[in-house]
Design a protein around this ligand. Structure first.
Ligand code: ADP
Ligand code: AMP
Length: 209
């Protein structure tokens, strides 16, 4: 899944994972779980995340390749928030080629910058299961409580408006070039991410079949 921070990659990736019974792999979720558990990896990643910067490629790639090597990935998986730089995409490509595997689709969820700050300030995330909501657009049944597991919902530290603006800058500089990268590989599919999340999902399932 490609797209700006807050474009709805996680929301759609979870729906894809449910429909096609494949794992949803989010490097952001992996980092947040490590921060919560106080691991060394978590402490290292947090330094970058809190500033709206990307975690260094070397660390991120290692985590991701370990994850996709697991048994549950044998029948495919949906990557959310990875790759985020050209070097990450190149390593992924060469490692998959070695395994006789490939990326089937790069789905670009297109949302203009002016919608992003509103999306992020309204985002609420479950501290336990990682489910995400929006206080206006995709509200939980009971305010502040996760529908799926009943835990508390929080505003992510990096969703503060000033950090969101930094993350958008990083996106345009380092991640947006991946759109051309996957276009050249003939796997890019762009969907309109400004419509209702069910309508975004309909565009995606029309592509995936
Ligand atoms: P990303 O994973 O790309 O950072 P999320 O999936 O977490 O983005 O979505 C960002 C915020 O926008 C969340 O609060 C989510 O509930 C909300 N959201 C997701 N899709 C839509 C949509 N189509 N319309 C309105 N809000 C949405
Ligand atoms: P996300 O949950 O996808 O919004 O990611 C939250 C933060 O985790 C990002 O702002 C980065 O600091 C870090 N992160 C997640 N995925 C990557 C990645 N592929 N490369 C570098 N940093 C990442």
């Amino acid at each position: 899944m490609l797209g700006a921070p807050g474009a709805g990659k996680g929301t759609q990736a979870k729906m894809i994972a449910d429909k096609y019974s494949i794992p949803h792999i989010s490097t952001g979720d992996i980092f947040r779980a490590n921060i919560k558990n106080g691991t060394e990896l978590g402490m290292e990643a947090k330094k970058y995340m809190d500033e709206g910067k990307l975690v260094p490629d070397e660390l991120t790639v290692r985590i991701l390749l370990d994850r996709v090597a697991k048994d549950d990935c044998k029948n495919g998986y949906v990557l959310d928030g990875f790759p985020r730089t050209i070097p990450q995409a190149e390593v992924l490509d060469s490692e998959l080629t070695k395994l006789g595997d490939k990326i089937d689709y790069a789905i670009n969820v297109d949302v203009p910058d002016e919608n992003i700050v509103n999306r992020m300030s309204g985002r609420r995330a479950c501290v336990t299961c990682g489910a995400t909501y929006h206080i206006v657009h995709i509200p939980p049944k009971n305010p502040g409580i996760c529908d799926k597991c009943g835990s508390e919902l929080i505003l992510r530290d990096d969703d503060a408006p000033e950090t969101v603006l930094k993350r958008l800058g990083v996106y345009h500089e380092q991640t947006q070039p991946l759109i051309d990268f996957y276009e050249n590989k003939k796997v890019l599919k762009t969907v309109d991410g400004t419509v209702d999340s069910a309508d975004v999902f309909k565009q995606i399932t029309d592509i995936l079949g």
